[in-house]
Design a protein around this ligand. Structure first.
Ligand SMILES: NC(=O)c1ccc[n+]([C@@H]2O[C@H](COP(=O)([O-])OP(=O)(O)OC[C@H]3O[C@@H](n4cnc5c(N)ncnc54)[C@H](OP(=O)(O)O)[C@@H]3O)[C@@H](O)[C@H]2O)c1
Length: 368
């Protein structure tokens, strides 16, 4: 039995199963890896299309050694075990040791900045892709930004995400930790922090009421554009349409700001993890197009140029599955456009990634 070329690490989780589904739909065999073989088998047994491909199962310790052994001979690793700032380093290091491309689904800005600084050059030297945040957050806003940047003269991007949905358990831990860390935007090519624990009333196309918005880590678009000569300014806000949930996060951010000075970094992570566990311990239902509608708005400016790109789309988690499968598919066929640290959008191409999501009915072919 030959070894599949793709590993989904954390395949038993909410997003891991969606990635498994979209890989299988494309006919891509994979190794479903995690910490419990029985849980992996039980969870993957529920996933559409998986019976059409060969799936091997691997339960292993979360150590560089065990992960390296699993990744040897594999071309693409998709890491879905978060929070990534807490659990990602072992997986990235194992990819480097085994010579595999690394993708993950993080939404944590600080993790993406660390990935670039710590591992970007080594991945580039080995001609491997290092694509953290191969996920809806933060590639959907980047898709709108790249469409705006097709117009010459644009150098500044003001992006808003407006999702309607419920997070998974690991997502809840991840967003609580990232909202409590420094949250950065790009101003005149330099990272600048958003004010701590501060929410904004946002105007979002498609809504008559203002939505409550937060930097939600700052997003990764400022990181993707940090060394891009086209862009000087880039900010990202996120406004979940569920206002009580946003108000709860603001309250937690204020509580954290009061407590943080008395806590070590480790204790801070434990605190946000404990909050996450108390808020969400069960999987949300599968997204439905009629409910989980999302808006991405990007105001793009140059001196005398303006472009407003708006996408009215659906299902951020399902899109994460498609984005990861699309990049994995292209990596298997050596059709990627970049190596080293990169966004999925820049590795696949923005029009190509829009097309992949549009083919699944989750994206419009053209902005509004
Ligand atoms: N940015 C975005 O748009 C986006 C979209 C989707 C997901 N994400 C991120 O992706 C991550 C996963 O999300 P999810 O929806 O799949 O969450 P989930 O349903 O809670 O699944 C978490 C997965 O991680 C595994 N896991 C947890 N702790 C582990 C540990 N200490 N060692 C090894 N495995 C461990 C779990 O294994 P068990 O089954 O054994 O518990 C499970 O497979 C989160 O950080 C989330 O924020 C981001």
């Amino acid at each position: 039995m030959s070894k599949p070329q793709v590993v989904v690490y954390g395949a038993s989780g909410y997003t891991g199963k969606l990635i498994a589904e979209y890989l299988a739909k494309r006919g891509i065999s994979f190794i479903a890896a995690g910490r419990s073989e029985s849980r992996l088998k039980a969870e993957l047994g529920k996933v559409p299309f998986v019976d059409r491909v060969e799936v091997q199962y691997a339960a292993l310790e979360h150590t560089v050694e065990a992960l390296t052994e699993l990744f040897l001979g594999v071309k693409v690793v998709i890491n879905v075990v978060g929070p990534f700032a807490q659990l990602g380093r072992e997986v990235v290091q194992a990819c480097l040791s085994a010579g595999a491309h690394y993708l993950d689904t993080t939404g944590e800005q600080d993790w993406v900045i660390d990935c670039k600084a710590e591992y970007g050059q080594t991945f580039a030297d080995k001609k491997l892709v290092l694509a953290p945040a191969t996920s809806w957050m933060w590639n959907a806003g980047l898709l709108a930004a790249e469409v705006a940047l097709e117009t010459s003269g644009i150098d500044s991007l003001d992006i808003v995400y407006a999702p309607n949905g419920n997070p998974s358990p690991a997502s809840t831990k991840s967003f609580l930790r990232m909202c409590c860390q420094p949250q950065l935007k790009l101003e005149l090519n330099k990272f600048q922090p958003w004010p701590q624990a501060t929410a904004y009333e946002a105007t979002v196309p498609g809504f008559h009421q203002h939505l409550l918005a937060l930097p939600w880590s700052g997003g990764c678009e400022p990181v993707w554009y940090a060394d891009d000569e086209r862009v000087q300014n880039c900010s990202v806000l996120t406004a979940f349409t569920n206002r009580p949930m946003m108000e709860l996060v603001v309250a937690k951010m204020k509580e954290f700001a009061d407590l943080a000075p008395t806590l070590s970094a480790k204790e801070q992570e434990e605190l946000t993890n404990a909050w996450g566990e108390s808020i969400c311990s069960t999987e949300p239902p599968r997204e439905i197009e009629e409910i989980n509608r999302v808006v991405i708005s990007c105001w793009a400016r140059g001196n005398t140029t303006v472009k407003h790109v708006v996408f009215f789309n659906t299902c951020g988690y399902l899109q994460t599955g498609v984005m990861a499968a699309e990049l994995a598919d292209r990596l298997l066929r050596n059709q990627h456009k970049r190596v080293g640290f990169t966004s999925a959008v820049h590795a696949v191409g923005h029009r190509e990634l829009i097309a992949a999501c549009a083919e699944e009915g989750m994206h419009c072919w053209e902005p509004a």
